[in-house]
Ligand binder design. Structure first.
Ligand SMILES: Nc1ncnc2c1ncn2[C@@H]1O[C@H](COP(=O)(O)OP(=O)(O)OP(=O)(O)O)[C@@H](O)[C@H]1O
Ligand SMILES: O=P(O)(O)O[C@@H]1[C@H](O)[C@H](O)[C@@H](OP(=O)(O)O)[C@H](OP(=O)(O)O)[C@H]1O
Length: 293
């Protein structure tokens, strides 16, 4: 049968208190893809993410279940909260009728020149019960993912010398051979040509935070996540004086879990898919640190 042309959706106008998220590295961008909806940053410093009709509600239900005060709060949930961007409820604009957004903490906001990396976690990124077509589509995006345990989605890194950003997108990342992930992916995120001593300390701080996430996955039996990501951010603008002063590196980095469209109850079982993914990513960060040492 002849395929009908897809209906063109016009880009909805921007609300006066919102701009497209400048620091976005992956996912739905405002004005692109079929819906033309994307992440927006608000004047109050938070961001809003559109709930795509028919699938986005799951993400809202998840954030709501984690952040709404409840008498049945479990240890798993209590320990999960600091690993996520804070959730501030639903947001709407009359300019986008029928569209709900979730309002979240913008974890890049406190940084002067944020350097950002988005990594989809887990050897597989389709949920249980997915159609054969969806499995094939996901697998074909990056066949090595089943061995590598994760997929780099995109990065933006600040280069002090040229006062510019290096940006690599999903298309670049999909071409990386597993043996190149470290040198042509992860190490580029650290732009090690500049301030190598600083970058080593940033890596140490990330490894510490990744261990916390790893510890959570090694214990929790509440959720199974598919196609969720870890979002890494570090400060790209730093002076020699600050480096010499032994900065508090905990404040120079942040890592949170994001993107929860495919979350399932764990029925008392660990999330082996994410556990494997986080373990392998942690090993890559440790290998990156060794290469710099
Ligand atoms: N809390 C946050 N703080 C800062 N930036 C964020 C945050 N959440 C998401 N982002 C940015 O937005 C991008 C897309 O986020 P997310 O994966 O949640 O959106 P999406 O459109 O659902 O993606 P996909 O289509 O891959 O499922 C991330 O790569 C990141 O750059
Ligand atoms: O990150 P990428 O590589 O851009 O891939 C997209 C991303 O994984 C989305 O989460 C997914 O939507 P779902 O959340 O619905 O799975 C979409 O699947 P789709 O191709 O089935 O729309 C993918 O194309």
């Amino acid at each position: 049968m002849e395929e009908l042309p897809k209906e063109r959706v016009p880009t909805p106008p921007l609300p006066p208190d919102a701009t497209p998220l400048k620091t976005q590295v992956s996912g739905h961008f405002y004005g692109q893809k079929e819906t033309k909806l994307g992440m927006l940053e608000l004047k109050d410093g938070t961001l809003v993410k559109p709930l795509i009709p028919h699938k986005g509600d799951k993400e809202w239900v998840f954030y709501h279940s984690v952040f709404e005060p409840s008498e049945s709060m479990t240890k798993d949930i209590e320990n999960l909260r600091p690993l996520l961007a804070q959730y501030f409820g639903i947001w709407n604009t009359p300019l986008h009728p029928g569209i709900n957004y979730i309002k979240l903490e913008n974890i890049t906001q406190k940084f002067s020149k944020p350097c950002i990396l988005d990594v989809k976690v887990g050897p597989r990124s389709w949920q249980p019960g997915s159609s054969d077509e969806k499995r094939v589509r996901e697998t074909q995006k990056y066949p090595p993912q089943s061995q590598v345990g994760f997929r780099l989605l995109g990065l933006k890194v600040y280069q002090m010398a040229s006062d510019s950003y290096l940006e690599l997108d999903a298309m670049y990342m999909r071409k990386l051979q597993p043996s190149d992930i470290l040198t042509k992916g992860i190490l580029l995120y650290f732009h090690v040509e500049e301030n190598i001593a600083y970058k080593k300390k940033i890596l140490v701080a990330f490894i510490k935070q990744l261990k916390k996430i790893h510890d959570w996955f090694s214990i929790q039996t509440s959720y199974h996540f598919y196609a969720s990501s870890l979002l890494f951010v570090y400060e790209g603008l730093v002076t020699d004086v600050q480096i010499d002063q032994e900065l508090s590196y905990e404040d120079m980095v942040d890592v949170r879990m994001i993107d929860f469209t495919h979350v399932f109850p764990a029925h008392g079982l660990k999330d082996e898919n994410c556990f494997i993914g986080v373990t392998k990513l942690l090993n890559q960060f440790k290998a990156a640190l060794q290469l710099l040492s």
